[in-house]
Ligand binder design. Sequence first.
Ligand code: MRU
Length: 354
Amino acid sequence: MNQAITQPANRQIGTVAMRWHGSSLELLDQRLLPDQEAWLRLDTAEGVARAIRDMVVRGAPAIGISAAYGVALAARGASGDHWKDQIQQSIELLAASRPTAVNLFWALKLMSEKLQHCGTAADAAEQLAAAAIEIHQDDLAANLAMADHALAHINTDRPVSVLTHCNTGALATGGYGTALGVIRRLHETGLLVNAYADETRPWLQGSRLTAWELARDGIPVTLNADSAAGAIMASGKVSWVIVGADRITANGDVANKIGTYSLAVLARYHGIGFMVVAPASTVDMALACGDDITIEEREGSELRQIRHLPMAPESVEVFNPVFDVTPADLIDAIVTERGVVERPDSERMKTLFL
Ligand code: MRU
């Protein structure tokens, strides 16, 4: 099978991050965008784990989907008496690639459960590939449903401008996007004036990916430095801040790209709505609150350099957490494919996620 996903009728789902070919997975190398569009072809779980760790592919749902395809590749390579153990070891290797986005662990758990029901290596190769494709298709369907729920919640008859952070688009998901899916839908329905895209230091997901994705799809976008977000809100230009999530805990706390928490504080100060859009696979009801989330810290070189050009003294100490936690009480709405949790707390989360 060449394309794992089918384009829904009447919807442009954006530039996809991955292509499944049955015996290999191709990933659009997001480290090289926007100046180069290069695809990496991988045929082992080890290669997929490395690609996730090195951010060839990133974004919580896209990481989960890629890992699922990684397991399918492991199944193709498994043989002998210990084929099941070999696949399980690959699942563990994939699980060690990045710590914060729960979609990775959610997808691997699903794949591991499927594996338990497979009788032979050949059976596993077939069934795990089908399961990975299903995870991919379901994520795209969830994004489309989230956009419906979010628009009903925004409930505006006049076009609005919004501000977003990081990249939550087709590149970060199975297609269409989470927060960017809502922006896409606002545009499709004539309700978007403009999307402000935070550049998202240090990895620049906003400038390199979001601005590229929106511009490519003809959606009006203005790029701003992260530090301009407060001034944009103070100017009265935006009605909503709309972001994605990497993990949402049982009380409605949200881990997302570093800088999200500052935006939530600013939005509350300025009386602007703060919306989190993520599939149910991002909700982790096993964790009570945001304090329990492991926050990934990445290398200092991501701040000291941009594409190998020095931006700071080579030996300077760096603090580089790549996610932060926004407390539930700063969030106006969490939107998933199951519906909207308004002003989330433990009780309201249970109405959709128990
Ligand atoms: O480090 P990244 O680029 O994987 O971080 C991605 C984000 O924080 C996104 O905002 C989040 O995963 C939502 S993606 C739909």
